[in-house]
Design a binder for this molecule. Sequence first.
Ligand SMILES: Cc1cc2nc3c(=O)[nH]c(=O)nc-3n(C[C@H](O)[C@H](O)[C@H](O)COP(=O)(O)OP(=O)(O)OC[C@H]3O[C@@H](n4cnc5c(N)ncnc54)[C@H](O)[C@@H]3O)c2cc1C
Ligand code: FES
Length: 296
Amino acid sequence: MTRMYDEIVAVTENRPLTGGHFLLSLRAPRQAQATRPGQFAMVRLLGRSDVLLRRPMSVYDVSPTTRPPRAAGKRGANAHRQPEILQLLYKIVGRGTRLMAELRPGDSVGLAAPLGHGFFAEEYLEEARRADEVLLVTGGIGIAALLLPARELATAGIKSRLFFGGRTRADLVGVQDFESSVAGITLATEDGSKGHRGYVTEPLANYLERHRGRKFLLMVCGPWGMLRASAELAKRHGHACLVSMENRMGCGLGVCLGCSIRVEGTGHGAYERVCTEGPVFNAEHVIWAREEIPKI
Ligand SMILES: Cc1cc2nc3c(=O)[nH]c(=O)nc-3n(C[C@H](O)[C@H](O)[C@H](O)COP(=O)(O)OP(=O)(O)OC[C@H]3O[C@@H](n4cnc5c(N)ncnc54)[C@H](O)[C@@H]3O)c2cc1C
Ligand code: FES
């Protein structure tokens, strides 16, 4: 388990992207250097008594400097320097994220990171090494959890491929950041404005069908329905599947139990906390019937 740092850190940039998405850069060397792929942060807006709870956000990227927009995805000369900047890719969905969008360079936020277990617990890394290819599958803002895993896989010489779906093309943010790390990118939009028209799980299903006999590991982050559909596809084709789960979070530290999901076969009881045992779970352990989750 990596050490977590809870500090007040400075905003260096808050760049608007398409579709109500923003890329927030924070000067947070300790958090950036400690983060493993798939871990998340809790962000606290300072001086806002109307937004008390911290907001969970995946760590999208870590880098030595805030990269200029056109250099995004190219690590270049900075690749060997220790990361100092931690980036969060977020979408405005409610009050907290709307206030985040108002942050300007020089403002401060509270940042607790890194939190949770990422995609590369030792047994998962072994699973990735045994696979012919790792399929990174995501919908909407779930993309934020997958850039660091894509890089880690590329560094380890493990081939990966990105399947990315959104409602419209404006949701397909950050694609260029993946280009240097993955062997191929398949896009899908529900309105057909970019890539396959429909859900991204459709081209994923076709890919698995066309490549029967190959061994894949799926790493998935996105809305509940997409996680469940991907887990079912993986099971049907006999592939391992890791899912990064989302849930409302009170504390992010394992104390309030508000983020618990129902699981089976873990050997640790019927519930696990997304913030501490997750957010990444073996899909086989997750009980997918959502109505079975009681209010805690
Ligand atoms: C481990 C984890 C990682 C996440 N990573 C990212 C990320 O990288 N980028 C990003 O934009 N968002 C991410 N989220 C979701 C993000 O935390 C919520 O969108 C945010 O907290 C909403 O805050 P708000 O005040 O704007 O919205 P609220 O006013 O609190 O809610 C607005 C709407 O968003 C829904 N919502 C709120 N919180 C969550 C949540 N935790 N999970 C699912 N739905 C939620 C509510 O049900 C409601 O419909 C992540 C969530 C988790 C648990
Ligand atoms: S958010 Fe409080 S226990 Fe997970």
